[in-house]
Write a protein that binds this ligand. Structure first.
Ligand code: DCP
Ligand code: CA
Length: 349
């Protein structure tokens, strides 16, 4: 049975600040964003584990966090720096050469394939050490038989943890957890499930897939599969070695117009770079980062190599359509890959 690894950085933004300001270590500490640096009106992006003992959580008003913990230290968010640290971490992991999906700024999944649990644990220990030595950051790794199971194992091993749960062991591992511990089951679905008597994952085990589907649509089918140990979620490779692209952060709150305007600019800039490098491409991808820092990437391929701006714009717009409704968008990117040098490729067919 193939194994999957899910790696998630611990208290990421706050850990990045600690890495360059060691005097913060051991003290309760949050990273937040504040309008005009007026910290009490800001929102907590994340907190270190010392601050979490006071009940401080991501998304909480900074004023509330300070009320819970008067000695709380505060840092403004430095997103460019966190991006840089994220790149360093992802580069370390990528060098191992497994199919890899970058899931957010601080989380990635690997398809390890048919390797035994022992080898997977050794590999994970090595990756954790490498990341710690090279960046001073800690992470938690979960190993299991699908991407979702690996994530659930990772979540429950936090912080600085490493845990593997093999094959059939996963059902007993997850059964006593709340349904909300399944990635993708949000408060709305949780409420809907409570109405039919499901609050823990084990409550869903005996239920018919038809009933779950009736209540929750495709999420119901997903829950049925996860609860019964049938999940086969796989890594969707989204790392393209050779690519050309541009990203931009949007003004808040983003509007449909500002997003479309940014898409046009990114498409123009990407094509200019493609032409400057005398390249053509067959792959197009767009990336969206939401305000909660999760990311989605969608990609598509074109039959023949091209350097057409119109074609890129059309493909990119179709891809981004499906990504805009879920949550407010913070950042978008356009990228082309499957590159080839323009000479020797005909644009005519
Ligand atoms: N983030 C944010 N606003 C949120 C949630 C998260 O700005 N509402 C940012 C800050 C986090 C980063 O995204 O550091 C990663 O989010 P995680 O949910 O993985 O949380 P942490 O890495 O902070 O902590 P954990 O150790 O629980 O993974
Ligand atoms: Ca994290």
């Amino acid at each position: 049975m193939p194994l999957f690894m899910l790696l998630d950085m611990d208290y990421f933004f706050a850990a990045c600040e600690e890495a360059r300001r060691p005097e913060l270590k051991g003290k309760p500490f949050v990273v937040g964003t504040s309008p005009e640096k007026d910290k009490l009106h800001g929102v907590v992006q994340t907190s270190n584990y010392v601050a979490r003992q006071f009940g401080i959580k991501s998304g909480m008003a900074v004023s509330k966090a300070v009320a819970l913990c008067p000695d709380l230290k505060y840092s403004e968010s430095h997103e460019d720096y966190y991006e840089e640290m994220s790149k360093r971490v992802m580069d370390i992991v990528r060098k191992y050469g497994f199919p890899m999906e970058i899931m957010s700024i601080d989380e990635c999944a690997l398809r390890l394939g048919e390797m035994g649990m022992e080898a997977a644990m050794r590999l994970s220990t090595e990756i954790k050490e490498k990341i710690r030595n090279e960046t001073l950051l800690t992470c938690t790794i979960g190993i299991s038989s699908s991407k979702i199971y690996a994530k659930m194992v990772c979540d429950s091993a936090k912080p600085d943890g490493l845990q593997g749960v093999e094959g059939s062991g996963i059902v007993s591992f997850i059964r006593s957890k709340e349904v909300s511990k399944i990635p993708g089951i949000g408060p709305k679905a949780e409420e809907e499930l409570r109405r039919i008597g499901i609050s823990k994952i084990e409550d869903a085990i005996g239920k018919s897939p038809m009933l779950l589907m009736d209540r929750l649509g495709s999420l119901g089918t997903f829950l049925y599969r996860v609860a019964n140990g049938l999940d086969e979620s796989d890594v969707e490779e989204n790392y393209q070695m050779l690519s050309i692209g541009r990203e931009t952060t949007l003004a808040y709150p983003p509007t449909k117009e500002s997003i479309m305007e940014a898409m046009e600019r990114l498409t123009d800039q990407t094509i200019s770079e493609v032409l400057k490098k005398k390249m053509m491409f067959r792959g197009v991808s767009v990336k969206v980062r939401y305000t909660d820092f999760t990311e989605k990437i969608r990609s598509t391929s074109i039959k023949n190599y091209t350097d057409s701006k119109e074609l890129l714009a059309k493909k990119a717009l179709t891809l981004i359509e499906g990504l805009l409704d879920a949550k407010p968008v913070r950042k978008i990117g356009v990228r082309v890959y499957m590159l080839s040098e323009a000479s020797g490729q005909s644009t005519l067919f």
